[in-house]
Write a protein that binds this ligand. Structure first.
Ligand code: PEP
Length: 249
């Protein structure tokens, strides 16, 4: 059975209750997508998880968090556990995003602990990996991503999603070339316990203008979208590109 595609929006530190009309506008696009084999996911900030999950309860829109703590509870001021994220109504959680690796010093070992905690709470982890510009220019991209993967993947993950996000392409307007993306996704797949069943999505300045060629690649199962997920029109255009990509797989 072909893998379903996924278009995931990462709202980062954007969004308030006044922005929730977004979901009414997105719902018809998501309904079309789900029928065509493309899942639509929005990862709002933690403050919006519960209201977004309530809005999406009857819509074909999945909800995810942008992080969770590795422990299930305890003295961790300001943190949110996987169980709390699940309790708020989320089904997915982004882990190891390069902004968390850079801003909070998150290591792949910590990402693996968080992924185990997420799985135990019934969440599907979206594990982010990707090389910096310096690492790519030094010819180290495959080794770096391989090392991140082997250290981040939980031992017995039945279901997870991998997001290949070259750090130099996130929020910069630069995108990896389709051939670089295809090669890296094929490389990632060789290291997965379930290569045929695991979704490997691409992130890094995905926009309506480049989504068509990226979503048409065999090994690309969708996109993790930052900036272009904040407005319905560009996000819906990326969803449409994935629907077209899905149809030719
Ligand atoms: C991201 O947030 O993971 C991302 C890829 O952002 P952008 O699409 O803005 O580059």
């Amino acid at each position: 059975m072909p893998r379903r595609m996924m278009i995931a929006g990462n709202w980062k530190m954007h969004g308030q209750r006044s922005d929730l009309v977004f979901f009414e506008q997105l719902a018809p696009h998501a309904a079309t997508a789900v029928a065509a084999g493309v899942d639509v996911l929005i990862c709002p900030p933690a403050t919006l998880l519960a209201p977004v999950a309530e809005r999406c309860a009857n819509a074909a829109i999945f909800v995810g968090a942008q992080d969770c703590h590795a422990h299930s509870s305890g003295a961790h001021t300001g943190d949110v556990s996987a169980a709390m994220v699940r309790d708020a109504g989320a089904e997915y959680v982004i882990l190891g995003h390069s902004e968390r690796r850079a801003d909070h010093g998150e290591t792949s070992t910590l990402v693996r602990s968080k992924a185990q905690s997420a799985l135990a709470a019934g969440l599907i982890p979206i594990i982010c990996v990707g090389e910096t510009r310096e690492q790519r220019e030094a010819g180290e991209a495959f080794d770096i991503v391989g090392a991140q993967l082997s250290a981040s993947l939980p031992a017995d993950a039945a279901v997870l999603v991998i997001a290949y996000e070259p750090v130099w392409a996130i929020g910069t307007g630069l995108t990896a070339s389709p051939s670089d993306v295809a090669q890296m996704h094929a490389h990632i797949r060789t290291q997965l316990p379930d290569p045929a069943g695991t979704r490997v999505i691409y992130g890094g300045s995905v926009k309506p203008g480049n989504a068509g060629e990226l979503m048409a690649l065999d090994d690309v199962d969708g996109a993790l979208v930052g900036g272009a997920s904040l407005d319905v029109d560009p996000f819906a255009a990326i969803i449409t590109a994935a629907i077209h990509g899905c149809a030719v797989r």
